[in-house]
Write a protein that binds this ligand. Structure first.
Ligand code: HEM
Length: 538
């Protein structure tokens, strides 16, 4: 990659990050001592044992021995790129966020990923894809940590360890690497039927994207925007690829797994290096911030539900162009750390219980993955906004903090000129009403509808897409060892659609079950679509 003038400006560390490479006339130790030989260890004579005093040998091997860091607990396999986001200004009336003002330009880093496979797994497996974007805004970093599927498997983060344990390779055989073709996966999704919506997206062509460049991205959860007047709306984020949405066929995906397991990674890198910069438009579905947090009868806090675009169109707010490949995979793609709590002023969270748990999980895992609390100082994670925090010390601290009084107010270091309530502040909590209710471990009743949107998805498919979905269920379920699990999943399909259920059952050679509940009526009404317009560009 070419050098970039947009690299993070960095925290005030006083110590410039070193760009070690093999440039320069001399090879040195990590301490800068010049070396004459890096190919022979120091021995007691040409045939003698190696001497412990050979510091270069020990340094070289020790450092190598510690090169690996833990891979991500999920989304371990990924590929990243740098780019620029340009705002149209169409969301100005909805949010005070500076990076969404007209013509604002913001550097970004995007990491695409599969969810289940390990770091070395193949790219074209059937899986959900991550689409995580770090916007280095002047008001603090904004991380939009989304997927290429607009709904999630579960409604409450407390089940995340469970779905991942079920979907990752079996603990005994450590297979399959990254496909849905196994007992624990189908056991989970047929018992926790809220997962059926995400699962049908996986079984559709969306589960095998042709390229990262041809994927949509979704923030999944509903977020709350706050404008300069303190008014709020609820929104869902969408990325629309300029090249359109395209998938592989199952046969292509299988062949490519063998022929070029790095297919998506290579495609992203090659396209950018060739100047064919991938582009997406960022869009918003906008909903009034009503106390019920529903729209057209759909619970906006339920991450297993979409709001059909017929009911709330996606309104474009800006454009993303990826135009620079990483210089170093480890430094950038591997060490990047996304977190849903990284929000600029003007974008806030909602009470979606999946979102709420994610707010805890990312930083928590990064404390292990990136060894301690100072990973925001790693170059790829450094904000572009000036940093003046009161966080001190800890493993891998890069800063040499001046002063003696990291607390406020103080009378020793000139106080701290920040005033609570400044308009620029993030974390200006919107005073949304918190229900006065007894604490309870339960979901709202609306979360109990697990099938109507699965049916909506199925019904929106063309005949060839339906064929692909039937083939995918049949293939993946066919890999299960337990008949009872196949039958339970067929029971779920009976609640979705009789044809889908019958075709898959026939393919598996199993009897066709009857639905356990009435198959939902789902035709959306276009009359409900005229709400929540983003202000037009002038
Ligand atoms: C990683 C998306 C739900 C925990 C990721 C990544 C993406 C993502 C894109 C990869 C980030 C990267 O490229 O570094 C989503 C979406 C979700 C979801 C869209 C639902 C809407 C959850 C939940 C939890 C969770 C419910 C936990 C309660 C994690 C963890 C990582 C991760 C621990 C690894 C982070 C790291 O090591 O840096 N997720 N996720 N995710 N996610 Fe999620």
């Amino acid at each position: 990659g070419t050098p970039d003038t947009r690299t993070p400006t960095g925290v005030e560390t006083g110590v410039a990050p070193t760009a070690h490479g093999q440039q320069g006339a001399f090879l040195t130790t990590a301490q800068g001592a010049r070396l004459r030989d890096t190919d022979h260890s120091l021995k007691a004579g040409p045939r003698g044992p190696v001497l412990l005093q050979d510091h270069h040998l020990r340094e070289k091997i020790t450092h190598f021995d510690h090169e690996r860091i833990p891979e991500r607990v999920v989304h371990a396999r990924g590929a990243g790129a740098h780019g620029l986001f340009t705002s149209y200004g169409t969301a100005e009336g909805l949010t005070r966020a500076g990076f969404l003002k007209k013509d604002a330009q913001t550097p970004v880093f995007v990491r695409f990923s599969t969810v289940l496979g390990s770091r070395g797994s193949a790219d074209t497996v059937r899986d959900t894809r991550g689409f995580a974007t770090k916007f280095y805004t002047g008001e603090g970093t904004f991380d939009l940590v989304g997927n290429n599927i607009p709904v999630f498997f579960i409604q409450d983060a407390i089940k995340f360890p469970d779905i991942i344990h079920a979907a990752k390779p079996h603990p005994d055989r450590e297979i399959p690497q990254a496909q849905s073709a196994h007992d624990t996966f189908w056991d989970f999704v047929s018992l926790h039927t809220e997962a059926q919506h995400h699962t049908i997206w996986n079984m559709s062509d969306r589960g095998i994207p042709r390229s990262y460049r041809t994927m949509e991205g979704f923030g999944v959860h509903t977020f709350r925007l706050v404008n300069d007047a303190g008014e709020t709306v609820l929104v869902k984020f969408h990325w629309k690829p300029k090249l359109g949405v395209h998938s592989l066929t199952w046969e292509e995906a299988q062949l490519i797994c063998g022929l070029d397991p790095d297919f998506h990674r290579r495609d992203l890198y090659d396209a950018i290096e060739a100047g064919a910069y991938p582009e997406w438009e960022l869009g918003l579905q906008v909903f009034p911030d009503t106390p019920g947090e529903t729209f057209a009868g759909i619970d906006l806090l339920d991450p297993t539900k979409i709001v059909p675009e017929e009911l709330a169109e996606v309104q474009p707010v800006g454009r993303l162009v990826l135009d620079r490949t990483p210089t170093n995979f480890f430094a950038e793609t591997e060490q990047v750390a996304f977190h849903l709590g990284n929000l600029p002023p003007g974008i806030d969270v909602t009470n979606d219980p999946l979102l709420q748990g994610r707010l805890f999980s990312y930083v928590d895992t990064q404390l292990t993955r990136l060894a301690g609390p100072n990973f925001p100082q790693i170059p790829i994670n450094r904000p572009h906004a000036p940093v003046n925090d009161m966080l001190r010390d800890g493993f891998h601290q890069q800063a040499v903090h001046a002063g003696v009084a990291p607390y406020r107010p103080n009378s020793l270091d000139g106080g701290n000129p920040f005033k609570a309530g400044d308009a620029e502040n993030a974390f200006l909590d919107v005073p949304v009403r918190v229900a006065e209710a007894p604490k309870i471990r339960a979901n709202p009743l609306s979360f109990d509808d697990h099938f109507s949107q699965v049916r909506l998805f199925w019904q929106s498919m063309s005949p060839v897409e339906k064929e692909h979905i039937i083939a995918a269920y049949t293939f993946e379920l066919g890999k299960c060892y337990e008949q009872a699990i196949k039958q339970r999943q067929l029971q779920c399909l009976a609640n979705v659609d009789p044809v889908l259920c019958e075709q898959v059952a026939t393919g598996l050679g199993l009897p066709v079950p009857k639905p356990t509940q009435p198959v939902a009526e789902v035709a959306p009404s276009p009359a409900l679509s005229q709400m929540g317009q983003v202000s037009p560009v002038d």
